[in-house]
Every structure is written in structure tokens, then in C-alpha cells.
Write a protein that binds this ligand. Structure first.
Ligand code: QAP
Ligand code: CO
Length: 174
């Protein structure tokens, strides 16, 4: 297993639309295990393959306190949605920022599991919100896209400023 590098907003690779998975093979199973390890280490409660620069339609989530209830969704589709709910969201690709986003409060999802078998699941509460957030990543969409231009710009500038202070200056350039 390995901890993968997580892309940070405004990295343009986060805007890539992920391709459907056609075969669930050992390579994909290894990616799922690495994504879970990366998410648990962060720690986070959801991670899409897009965020680790793999543009395949797979996401992982675990909202349990004990980090012992992993969920893996391959080629996820929302079949049905009900209600709306506002929740404060964060994102491993937008570190340090949390904002309210409106989502469906109940969804029925169809996806493939790690054996390549199709399953359906009804979700509500936090897990429903996390799955909708992660499915947005597979479309190249981020939770900051739901905010005002002003808020999004402020977040982008603060992240870019933070990154410059963390990274050593490039020799000869600065
Ligand atoms: C998506 O996000 C989510 O800023 C998953 O400094 C989260 O796991 C959807 C994290 C909440 C709905 C509600 C964020 C970790 C983790 C940070 C995450 C940070 C460290 C985010
Ligand atoms: Co995210």
C-alpha cells in the first residue's frame, strides 16, 4: 500500500472528467486500497480518484469514527434523489476551508464493487453528501464552484499564498 499525492485547488488536473472503468482488475483494487490509506492518513472521509490524478470513475468514503467502514463506488450513478440539505463541506484538495453547500438529502446510488458486481445503495445524512461531493470530482467539479466568485477567489489566493510559503524558491527564478 502507498500514500498518494493529493492534487490541490486550483490545479487544472482537478478539472478532468474521469473515464468509466471497464474492467475491475487487480490494478484498480490496488488503487482503491491506496486511496483508502491516503484518505485515512489525511484524515478524511471521502476521496475521488481524480484527486490523486487518476482519471477513472472510482471514489472511496468512510464516515465512521473508527475508520473501519470503507465504501468503494466504481462507475457510480445516482438513480433517484429526494429533498435538499445544507451541510458544511471540506475537501482534501482545498485544505483548511469549509463552506456550506446544498445537496440532495437522500440518494439511491448504483455502482460496481471491487468484484466488478453491480449494487444499489440508499444513502442519507453525511454519507449521501460525501458521495455527491466525490461524484462531482469525477466530473471535474469542486465544492468551491458552488460558492460566490468572491469567496472562491479568496480561497484560491490563500491556498496559493500558503503553498509559496511552504515551498522553497525555485533556483534562479525568484
Ligand atoms: C468530502 O472531505 C466532504 O480542509 C470529504 O485541512 C467533507 O474528507 C463532504 C480534510 C465534509 C462533506 C462534508 C479537509 C482534511 C478532509 C481539510 C474530506 C483538511 C484536512 C476533507
Ligand atoms: Co473533495
Amino acid at each position: 500500500m502507498a500514500i498518494l499525492n493529493i492534487l490541490e485547488y486550483p490545479d487544472p488536473r482537478l478539472r478532468t472528467r474521469a473515464q468509466p472503468v471497464d474492467v475491475v482488475d487487480d490494478e484498480l483494487r490496488r488503487l482503491a486500497a491506496d486511496m483508502l490509506e491516503t484518505m485515512y492518513a489525511a484524515p478524511g472521509i471521502g476521496l475521488a480518484a481524480t484527486q490523486v490524478d487518476v482519471h477513472r470513475r472510482m471514489l472511496v468514503a468512510d464516515i465512521s469514527e473508527e475508520q473501519d467502514t470503507p465504501h468503494i463506488f466504481i462507475n457510480p450513478e445516482i438513480l433517484e434523489r429526494r429533498g435538499t440539505e445544507v451541510m458544511e463541506e471540506g475537501c482534501l484538495s482545498v485544505p483548511g476551508f469549509y463552506e456550506s453547500v446544498t445537496r440532495s438529502e437522500w440518494i439511491r446510488v448504483r455502482a460496481l464493487n471491487l468484484e466488478g458486481a453491480s449494487f444499489e445503495m440508499e444513502l442519507d445524512g453525511l454519507l449521501a453528501v460525501v458521495v455527491q461531493h466525490e461524484m462531482d470530482h469525477l466530473e471535474g467539479k469542486l465544492f468551491v464552484d458552488y460558492l460566490s466568485d468572491l469567496k472562491r477567489q479568496r480561497i484560491r489566493k490563500r491556498i496559493e499564498k500558503g503553498r509559496r510559503q511552504r515551498e522553497p524558491a525555485t533556483a534562479g527564478v525568484l
